[in-house]
Write a protein that binds this ligand. Structure first.
Ligand code: SF4
Length: 265
């Protein structure tokens, strides 16, 4: 390898720095409002919609979710907890998804939206959850960058770049069996991919910072930030700034990570 991962990640982040800045700014505003319990009525509506979108997208692609949210709006009329709860039986979701929403809504009713998010962040056992990826996505989207969601783009990126090999070979994860990545237990697989990316950030991103309204955020402590760049680099959604460089067909000649990538070398 001509350069090491550290430099590759810096290049990647630099390439998406405008988007990172924008997203981290929004995320930090959300986090502050949630932690200080200063959510307006509109903020709460927005968070309920975000919660619903996460549940809707489970087990399928995100295509069409915006339309579904608009349709949902017609059914429930008002995005408040009581109204939402009253209409749960008419919202056209599977029983399993409704069950999850019901538990979360109950928790929010007994406590508050902010306390549900704060507990989710702390990782307490008593808090009702959406599922590993949805929880991480939701938290990351609202400024809790300690959480990093793992989607299929990230998995592909970790395979192609050799980061998985590094993790298993380095001894960091030597006790872990790579077969878990091909197993059928979704949660086990998800957690292993996540440990790999978190460890990668700890080792190679200790001197990598991203700007935020509250000062610089160190990537090794905020691995969720790397997801913002990886998704833009690998995803197809042009509307949201994705460049589809490490997508289905990798465009390695356009990739800032190519000098450190196992696929390319
Ligand atoms: S060099 Fe190619 S395979 Fe490697 S990260 Fe870039 S686009 Fe993906």
């Amino acid at each position: 390898m001509k350069i090491e991962y550290r430099e590759g990640i810096k290049r990647l982040l630099y390439e998406y720095s405008d988007l990172l800045k924008e997203e981290i700014k929004d995320g930090s505003i959300w986090r502050e409002k949630i932690e200080c319990e200063r959510l307006s009525k509109e903020d709460k509506e927005c968070l309920l919609k975000d919660l619903c979108s996460q549940i809707l997208v489970q087990g399928r692609s995100s295509r069409g979710v915006t339309t579904q949210i608009i349709d949902l709006e017609k059914t429930i009329q008002k995005w408040d907890i009581e109204n939402f709860e009253g209409n749960l039986s008419n919202i056209g979701m599977s029983e399993k998804k409704k069950e999850k929403l019901r538990a979360i809504i109950n928790y929010m009713k007994e406590n508050s939206i902010s306390s549900w998010i704060k507990e989710l962040h702390k990782g307490g056992n008593s808090v009702p959850r959406m599922g590993p990826k949805s929880d991480d996505d939701f938290l990351k989207d609202h400024g809790f960058y300690e959480h990093v969601p793992i989607d299929r783009h990230t998995q592909r990126f970790l395979f192609r770049t050799g980061i998985i090999h590094w993790y298993l070979k380095k001894g960091v994860g030597s006790k872990e069996d790579i077969l878990a990545l091909f197993g059928i237990n979704y949660e086990e697989k998800y957690k292993l991919f996540q440990r790999i990316l978190v460890e990668f950030c700890k080792v190679f991103c200790d001197d990598v910072y991203a700007p935020s309204p509250k000062g610089e955020l160190r990537l090794s402590e905020n691995p969720g930030i790397i997801d913002i760049a990886i998704w833009r680099h690998c995803g197809e959604d042009i509307k949201h700034g994705c460049k589809n460089i490490c997508g289905n067909i990798p465009k390695c000649d356009k990739c800032g990570f190519s000098e450190t990538c196992l696929w390319k070398t």
